[in-house]
Write a protein that binds this ligand. Sequence first.
Ligand SMILES: [Zn+2]
Length: 95
Amino acid sequence: MNDRQDPPASPSAEECVDYLEQIVFFIDNELAEADCAAVRKHLDTCNPCLEKYDLQRTMKAVVARSCTEVAPSQLRDKVMFRLQQVRVEITTTEA
Ligand SMILES: [Zn+2]
């Protein structure tokens, strides 16, 4: 009897670090179409990266807004903090 289950196939942390770098360019629309597709596909299957992507986008919006308005520094700090948390989570999931 062996009920041991293999862990579900998920992207490795190393792969995620790679993608996370691309996500920055992805948000800025600076990726080639083929790379965009790859990033999108990864975001589809990788929740931590999707969360990071959302945060990056939120932060970009906050930063863009702070150019025209008084910077909501508290909100920015909060987003930055969350961003760092996600980064730590991703880099430490590597067992
Ligand atoms: Zn990922």
